[in-house]
Ligand binder design. Structure first.
Ligand SMILES: [Zn+2]
Ligand SMILES: [Zn+2]
Length: 166
């Protein structure tokens, strides 16, 4: 597991070196629920919160993707940089050139590479309406679907088909 704060500090040092002024009040957090988004920068008042997908902190993930995402989000905290055009774009290009990064406007909101997306282990198919429920781990629904009703049609899941990913 990588230390997000250590990586954030490294990125900030690089930006200091390039004399790019980012916000001083940024909170960094790991988003364990994000299944598709690499990172996001939220502004509230004059404070910023940058959330980075848990998958990027996995040692198996390409380290560069973590750097790119961090730079992308930190640059959003620069003055006039909440959009992916104009000043943000200029600064992103500056960092790309200086640090060999590949910061793109699609880094954020981008779909996580397939290899990083946790795949559901179980699929439960409603026998009445065909709605599919995905579960990432074994749960009471998997063990005893008869106790549950479909969230969509409210029908019993008693005879639901359960598929287990191999
Ligand atoms: Zn962005
Ligand atoms: Zn149903």
């Amino acid at each position: 597991m990588r230390d997000l704060f250590l990586y954030a500090e490294k990125c900030k040092k690089e930006l200091d070196r390039l004399k790019i002024r980012y916000a001083q009040n940024i909170v960094f957090a790991v988003n364990t629920r994000a299944k598709t988004r690499l990172g996001v920068c939220k502004k509230s008042g004059d404070k910023y919160k940058i959330e980075i997908a848990y998958a990027l902190l996995d040692e198996k993930t390409d380290e560069q993707l973590l750097y790119d995402t961090l730079f992308h989000e930190i640059l959003h905290t620069c003055r006039g940089c909440m959009k992916h055009t104009g000043r943000w774009k200029e600064l992103a290009e500056k960092v790309n050139t200086a640090c060999g990064c590949n910061i793109t406007r699609t880094t954020e909101g981008d779909i996580l590479p397939d290899s990083l997306v946790q795949k559901p282990k179980y699929r439960v198919v409603c026998p009445t309406c065909g709605e599919v429920f995905e579960r990432y781990k074994r749960s009471p629904l998997i063990d005893d679907p008869g106790r549950y009703r479909c969230g969509k049609c409210k029908g019993s899941l008693k005879s639901a088909r359960i598929f287990k990913a191999v």
